[in-house]
Design a protein around this ligand. Sequence first.
Ligand code: PEP
Ligand code: MN
Length: 348
Amino acid sequence: MSIVMKPSATKDEIDAVIQKIKSSGLRADVSSGEYQTVIGIVGDEKKVDFDQVKSMGGVFDAIRIQVPYRLISRSYIPDDVVVKVGSIAIGKDNPPVYMAGPCSKCVRRHPSPPCQFCRGGAFKPRTSVHSFQGLGVEGLEHLESVGKDLGMPTVTEIRSEVDVELVARHTDVLQIGARNMFNQDLIEAAARTGKPIFFKRGFSAQIDEYLSFAERIVANGNRNVLLCERGIMPLGGSFKLQTRFTLDLNAVPVLRKETPFPVIADPSHGTGRRDLVLPMSRAAIASGAHGLMIEVHDRPQEALSDGAQAVLPQELKKIINVSDLVFKTIRDSDSPFSSDIRNGTARA
Ligand code: PEP
Ligand code: MN
């Protein structure tokens, strides 16, 4: 349920609605806009009498939201959300942001690409126990000092709930990886730090499932949500797979239609192939992504993980230039297509 208060609603009227929700053992999510306050409910909203709420003083309307991810739905927050990290604004009609760096942080010189965010994994989720698992705290500290040197905010993955405070102390944006998309305790602990959460879609997750888990971030009081399409399981059967995953670009406009939060695409994991990162970056921006996460390494053959998909710093420069050009071309064109892309409201 979304309870829309009248612009003239008094503080007492707003408090009475919040109290009504609390007295049913539920939590209220209060969103105070420039003109109106909108109140959402965290918990089983069937416990609150819809008609009673609708008739309370100061209430303009109460709307039933049909999707399970109601706090992040467009019906609850109609306008695009801009997530700010320092001076960088992500989402809405802001220019695309680029997050780049190696898959795993190593203590070698970090490439200094022309991006806005510096990424690098310190706690790596790996299929095999025999693979490199990340440098842990040493990697975090190194990423932090690289971020300071480059004057860029940093993004790194938290693999375990136990590490949330540690990682939050050293990093600006907390990444929750594809393999942990269903890990509700980790998501909620990360959300409670209040730091922006870079939340990747699981490679076998339906969009409804993905958004239902993203809902947990906002339900824990954190609206700094960055969604990320990073590729889903490719079809292959007994044939040789051409790509590691399938970057699901359908997801970009679908996510933008369903929620107002920024959507970032990850063509590195989405393809697993360095030669496909440029074409899929262009396509991702054309589909409406607000930015890209790209793995880069100055000696990919020496990368500790994901070397096959790491582009060279000079290739990254080209990818960013071309992607910016795609963005500007669409933004500056007068076609209805461009405004659909800009507003995330592409129609069938
Ligand atoms: C990564 O960003 O290095 C990573 C492991 O991503 P994903 O969770 O999408 O596999
Ligand atoms: Mn990787």
